[in-house]
Design a protein around this ligand. Structure first.
Ligand code: FAD
Length: 469
């Protein structure tokens, strides 16, 4: 081991410094297998004090740090470069529950706790932590914060930005920001914790968070509905909000090609195929039967092409499994160019129509798989070719992206609604983000990490060629 790694081992213990390729392998390849890195080592700190000592050492020795949570980023945000000189700091040992305050509806956990464990801890206290993602068994709270994760219940509860009350963060120079406050009102200056939410590990290392909890719903009403057009889906969203207010928790849409893919790989499980399918869920206190009856009565007044309601928990899970199977089903069908875009919900129909027309004009054999969280405007808008050989697809990626992103911004949208920017979309961010916003972000980076040691090579941190190990 080098002198530097001896010093790292003195901080975290030699068994928590991984250098053998077979040990570091799970930390060096991203989820989508697009980025392969080679780290100096992977370090597993166990306390905030160890993280602080580690970052101080890295700053003294000019060693770049790549924070890593569950490594489920879909844009290479947590993958080191290939230089062999970046230190991956993996947070899985910092995974304790520090406090739960049911009267304040808040919980304080360390950043390496997985999202599924946090949901479980909250449920044990008869509370809900509402963030819910298909990757929840692996992704960690630090990663959720650093990507401002969203998911299936943003419509009602918001993203990680809205769910966070306080943070503990180790800054690149080893100082620790202690703001694990459970306060819901605080006018004592700027809300500095928000700087670290969505920063993708480029401003500091989050070690703990105080998060909001909610009453655990006891009643659910879940339905799979068919509508004739995306406009009909958005009209339904608006009417449901008006009728059920905050009880509308989920509103997911799937285009006809999505339903056809589900039918291909999960035959006989879809209730029907319609131009658009909508999965809705209401949640409340009280009992499910009453809520389901309210929904049935209301739906009977609406113009729908088709619809089924879940009458039991097993039927509810079946409908959810269909929605959650969408990503994996698409993967089985071959490669696609993926977009995680957002537009105001009201703009979804116009965006879909404009984008399909533009893509078909440029690429006649294009196949568009559009699905996602229409309740908050976030769509997974994935492109492949219908021709048997999909190999040419990635050669056209930049042109496809330019068409999609131009139209996203014409419709006042964003190119990264929940998955972040990472290594994948930095150049697109430079092109589309408001220039003043970009200057402010660079200013904050300069203030907190003037030497550019935190997660270099990602969108806020140019690659460094001078780091040494
Ligand atoms: C099947 C699947 C489904 C998904 N569905 C959704 C979804 O519905 N909604 C959604 O928002 N995302 C989704 N994602 C994307 C991904 O799961 C989220 O971005 C998640 O929040 C990342 O958490 P992680 O712990 O895996 O972070 P990582 O991938 O390890 O890291 C992500 C970023 O956070 C930084 N980071 C990690 N931990 C820390 C820390 N403690 N301090 C500072 N920086 C840190 C890393 O450096 C990196 O920049 C999905 C991914 C998959 C594979």
């Amino acid at each position: 081991m080098s002198h530097f790694l001896d010093a790292v081992a003195a901080i975290v213990g030699a068994t928590h410094v991984l250098t053998l390729p077979e040990d570091t392998a799970p930390f060096t390849l991203d989820y989508r297998r697009r980025y392969q890195g080679q780290p100096l080592a992977v370090v597993l700190p166990g306390t905030t004090a160890e993280v602080a000592a580690l970052l101080q050492l890295c700053q003294r020795q000019q060693v770049a740090v790549v924070p890593q949570g569950g490594n489920t980023s879909t844009c290479g945000a947590a993958t080191p470069d290939g230089s062999g000189r970046q230190l991956v700091v993996a947070m899985q040992r910092l995974n304790r529950l520090r406090a739960i305050d049911t009267a304040n509806n808040s919980i304080t956990v360390e950043a390496g706790m997985t999202l599924a464990t946090l949901q479980q801890r909250a449920a044990e206290a008869d509370r809900l932590f509402p963030l819910s993602l298909a990757s929840e068994g692996s992704c960690q709270i630090g990663g959720n914060l650093s990507t401002n994760a969203g998911g299936l219940a943003v419509l009602r509860y918001g993203t990680m930005r809205e769910l966070t009350l306080g943070l503990e963060v180790v800054l690149p120079d080893g100082r620790v920001l202690h703001q694990l406050s459970g306060l819901r009102k605080d006018t004592s200056g700027l809300d500095v914790k928000q700087l670290f939410i969505g920063a993708e590990g480029q401003l500091g290392l989050i070690t703990a968070a105080t998060l909001k909890l909610f009453p655990l719903p006891t009643a659910h009403a879940t339905a799979w509905l068919g509508v004739d057009s995306s406009q009909a889906a958005i009209d339904l969203l608006s009417a449901l909000r008006q009728a059920f207010g905050d009880r509308l928790t989920t509103f997911e849409i799937m285009s006809q090609p999505c339903q056809q893919l589900l039918e291909k790989y999960h035959p006989g499980q879809l209730p029907f195929i319609q131009p658009w399918a909508v999965l809705i869920e209401l949640s409340d206190s009280g009992d499910s039967h009453r809520l389901q009856q309210q929904l049935v009565d209301w739906l009977s007044t609406q113009q729908l092409a088709d619809g089924v309601l879940a009458h039991s928990e097993a039927e509810r899970q079946q409908l959810w499994q269909l929605r959650e199977a969408m990503s994996e089903t698409q993967k089985r069908d071959g490669a696609s160019i993926k977009h995680d875009i957002g537009v105001p919900s009201s703009a979804i129909p116009a965006f879909l129509a404009d984008c399909e027309a533009a893509l078909r004009a440029a690429f006649p054999s294009v196949r568009i798989i559009a699905f996602g969280h229409a309740g908050d405007g976030n769509l997974h808008y994935n492109i492949s070719y219908t021709r048997p050989d999909n190999a040419e697809l990635f050669a056209d990626e930049e042109r496809v992206n330019a068409i999609v992103y131009d139209l996203v911004y014409q419709h006042q949208g964003t190119l990264a609604a929940e998955h972040g920017i990472g290594q994948l979309k930095g150049h697109w961010l430079q092109r589309y983000q408001d220039p003043v916003a970009l200057q402010l972000m660079q200013g904050v980076k300069q203030l907190l990490d003037p030497q550019g040691l935190m997660n270099p090579g990602k969108w806020l941190s140019p690659a460094r060629s001078d780091t040494s190990g």
